[in-house]
Write a protein that binds this ligand. Structure first.
Ligand code: ATP
Length: 345
């Protein structure tokens, strides 16, 4: 089975090919090739119109690369240029509407070109499923720490439930807003991680309410601290310690609530070593298993779209073209989980 995936919710114009003998689990013979062209703003954060212009230019190119790879792989089996793909999967949302529309158009055109089914994937569920797929865990809790989102998900009665989430901005966007204040280029997360290595603890607001967290107060306080003359390194260190402790606290509570002994991590912020270290140590203390996919599957990428697309295709969860409109506010709990047959927690 070979699925071509297309991703483009915000900054990553990405296409991928996923080939497997069994999409329901990770196999030794599976392979994933990802082609990504990143939008890098000249200044400030992600501008929706510029991001869409980037998608417009970059999507045809990355899709062509993925198609070429699919053709090569298909040729390896019978030496002929036979049908290279079985389905086309694309991210339907959540994300920036103008970007999503370009991706959906490319996906429909590619599916029609090869006369194969179309699969509409929820981007946040894909962040979760790639961790479940690669780890081999059966029913993990998932912390999605991405740019525009932050939430903790668990499976129950055929849906991924949002157990906890941000009450305001996404975690990565909050960090990026702080670094924009310092005049640093986008994305800010890796720069904060680097500078925090030389920093010492400063006190900042820590806001967890029940299962939810808030990042706007801490961002304002961090900007204020720098303006008041605190060393940037110390504020970066303090910021990471607070924000990641908030995410870790809610993840731990979700493990306790669900009784799950497995945690997977997803999203671009999950590339941060300190976040992974905190989660790993929390899991170790409670005897839970922890898994973070490799970096290429954490940040936005079409590989995760193709992998979940293959599972959905296998479950006959495909979309007629006329029903394939995008949904920029597509929540993970709106998705009927057709590809899992396991019991609830
Ligand atoms: P979403 O998946 O919610 O649509 P997104 O499209 O913004 O989010 P992601 O690739 O998941 O994209 O995440 C990008 C975010 O990850 C940016 O905010 C960036 O600053 C942050 N990030 C990247 N690397 C690191 C790091 N090492 N530490 C902290 N944050 C990081």
């Amino acid at each position: 089975l070979r699925v071509l995936g297309i991703e483009g919710t915000a900054w990553a114009a990405s296409a991928a090919v996923f080939e497997t003998s069994d999409p329901t689990r990770r196999t030794d013979d599976e392979r994933v090739e990802i082609y990504t062209d990143a939008y890098e703003p000249d200044s400030g954060g992600i501008h929706p119109r510029e991001a869409a212009e980037h998608m417009h230019e970059a999507i045809p190119e990355v899709v062509a690369q993925a198609r070429e790879t699919a053709r090569e792989w298909a040729g390896e089996y019978d030496g002929r240029d036979r049908q290279p793909i079985d389905a086309v999967a694309f991210s339907r949302g959540p994300g920036l509407g103008p970007c999503l529309r370009i991706v959906a158009t490319a996906a429909r055109a590619t599916a029609q070109r090869f006369d194969v089914p179309l699969v509409g994937v929820n981007h946040m569920v894909a962040h979760l499923e790639i961790g479940r797929h690669r780890s081999g865990f059966d029913s993990p809790v998932c912390l999605n720490a991405s740019g525009a989102n932050a939430h903790v998900l668990g499976y129950r009665n055929g849906r991924y439930r949002v157990l906890g989430e941000t009450m305001d901005t996404g975690v990565g966007n909050a960090i990026d807003k702080f670094t924009r204040h310092l005049g640093w280029s986008h994305p800010g997360g890796p720069k904060v991680e680097e500078r925090a290595k030389d920093g010492e603890f400063v006190d900042l607001p820590y806001v967890v309410k029940g299962m939810d967290f808030s990042f706007s107060g801490i961002m304002s306080a961090a900007k204020q601290a720098v303006d008041n003359g605190e060393a940037v390194e110390d504020v970066c260190f303090g910021l990471q310690e607070h924000v990641f402790a908030m995410l870790t606290e809610v993840s731990e509570r979700a493990l306790s609530l669900t009784g799950s002994g497995q945690l997977v991590l997803g999203g671009g912020v999950a590339q941060n070593d300190r976040l992974r270290e905190m989660l790993e140590s929390m899991c170790e203390q409670r005897g839970a298993d922890f898994y973070a996919p490799e970096a290429r599957f954490l940040r936005d990428n079409a590989g995760m779209i193709a992998v979940l697309g293959a599972k959905m295709f296998e479950a006959d969860d495909t979309l007629p073209i006329e029903e394939s409109r995008i949904d920029s506010n597509f929540r993970p709990d709106q998705v009927p989980v057709t590809w899992r047959e396991d019991e609830d927690w």
